[in-house]
Design a protein around this ligand. Sequence first.
Ligand code: UDP
Length: 465
Amino acid sequence: MALEQLQDNQLLHFLIIPLMSPGHYIPTIDMAKLLAQHGVKVTIVTTPVNALRFGSILDQAVQSGLPICFMEFPLPSTEFGLPEGCESLDDLPNLGLAKELFLAQSSLQQQVEQYIENSEPKPSCILSGTFLQWPVETAKKFQIPRIIFDGMNCFTQMCNHVLYLTKVHESAEVKEFHENVRVSESEAYGVIINSFQELEQGYADEYQKIKEDKAWCVGPSSLCYKDVSEKALRGNKPSINKNECLKWLDSKDNGSVIYACLGSISRMEPDQLVELALALESSNRPFIWVVRAGHKTPKIEKWIEEDGFEERTKDRGLLIRGWAPQLLVLSHPAIGGFLTHCGWNSTLEGVCAGVPMVTWPQFQEQFYNEKLVVQVLRIGVSVGAQNVVHWGEEEKSGVQIKSEELRKAIEMVMEEGKEGEERRKRAKELSKMAHKAIEEGGSSHQNMRRLIEDIRNQSSTRNSS
Ligand code: UDP
């Protein structure tokens, strides 16, 4: 980047307020790094446990001189009826407490505003999670443009737009919440998207039009980490030693391993997890299965032990209990398929890795992401999930997908025939495009420059008026 431009960018300051959930925190931190690489000063508003869980990835960036920092505020969790140290959606003992978590974060508003008043340079832009309402007021109060980030792609944005136009959503119970979010979106200055234009060309173009050019696809954000140690540090602390994980992967043939991980907040029922385990076993292929830690863990652990599953599959199965270093795993050549719940981050990470996917959406926009992967990009096979498994109400859904259906989808993704080969080829091509998009001169790199320039123009206009 030209020195002059870098110096101009140093006068800009982005204040980032993430939604407290791994699926938002992780890409938001990536975005912060991408922005700082353009010379912009970036401050991330955070709380102690989140800084500890997600912050280590930034140490290296800060040490290398990138202008990025955390502004930490203690979260009064217990005052809002939350357990001490509970600072993220994935840590809630039950989902009925989600509202309290939002309220606890809103209580930081005054302190954040005090910080804004005293900071130098003053924030030129607030980048905040769409579902957060209080930054709307803060941005208005200080007349700072607010850019939103909701972790979704253009395809989903367009689906939601059409739903809104057809008013289908009006029968939904959470109408008021959706209405608030819609107002917050329409009042925002713009939207930042973790995707790249080439991946969803037609949808990205249409979305740009709706947003009057104030939508910027700047991803895939995970590609800002290049080496193995960085990849292992992204997100929570992994529950497996990085070298042990790599050693296991190195011992497997290229493209032979199926990696199964259902994201950071899914609370799948133990009976349903058993079906998954049996499908992995009957696929007769090497696999990595990430068993999320949570209150359902003892039940599934009991099954694993009593059934002898781990013992029977020990030559070809690796169980990661807790948090997997997903980027590290996915970028290893041994991985041949990714069984995913279709959270957007995971889906995009699968695209970057160039592996075909077995798609098993659970709720929300995961069903749209599946459609994008299976029908539009044609790099995935669906397990056939038809019903939404409402988050926090999983026991009501019971077993939705039997092991035989899961096994068939895994087989189709891993098979060596023509269809499988073509799917793999398409996945590899998209991966190449993703890497190109984020490099200097690529579409996402240019979009990031466009965004920064836009904010710079906004700042100059404000300063001169
Ligand atoms: N993730 C990870 N290890 C895990 C589980 C999740 O690194 O064991 C990361 C994953 O790489 C992704 C994020 O957590 O970046 C999950 O986001 P996603 O949108 O896929 O799903 P969510 O967890 O929000 O449902």
